[in-house]
Write a protein that binds this ligand. Structure first.
Ligand code: MG
Length: 159
């Protein structure tokens, strides 16, 4: 049976942090603030997968009060989501995600992001879709105060 899930995440852009998106370090004067590496794309994908399983969100599995996840690479969270899918004898059908960022330009990095996410989830890269858009200068994303990401996941489960 096909199950779908949705994930949304946003992190604030601040000075003094590396910008990590989809596991790719992108040269930029600001990075995303957060307890882990604050990879907003991977967090949205993680929540989409957990949502497809009817599970709680990423914060339940990886509380931001736990020092183990401080500065953690977010691929750890994706690996755990993939383990949760396997635990239920499920299989990831596909992932699709959109990054909303006024800056920097992320489209040159999309191929590498797909590779990183496919690797962390143990699926063929053809099953990972990533798109990027600006917010047309509207709202907090449009003012480059933060970056947001939306993701959907389709998971084939036994019931
Ligand atoms: Mg997050």
């Amino acid at each position: 049976m096909n199950h779908v899930g949705i994930g949304y995440d946003v992190h604030r852009l601040v000075e003094g942090r590396k910008l990590i998106l989809g596991g790719v370090e992108i040269a930029h004067p600001k990075g995303l603030e957060g307890h882990s590496d604050a990879d907003v794309l991977m967090h949205a994908v993680c929540d989409a997968l957990l949502g497809a399983l009817g599970e709680s969100d990423i914060g339940h599995f990886f509380p931001n009060t736990d020092p183990r996840w401080q500065g953690a690479p977010s691929k750890t969270f994706l690996e755990e989501a993939a383990r949760q899918v396997k635990f239920r004898q499920g299989a990831i059908v596909n992932i699709d995600a959109t990054i909303m960022a006024e800056e920097p330009k992320v489209s040159p990095h999309v191929a590498a992001m797909k590779e990183n996410i496919a690797l962390a989830l143990g699926v063929n890269v053809k099953r990972i879709g990533i798109k990027a858009t600006t917010n047309e200068h509207l709202g907090f994303v449009g003012r480059a105060e933060g970056i947001a990401a939306l993701a959907v996941a389709s998971v084939d489960l036994p019931d």
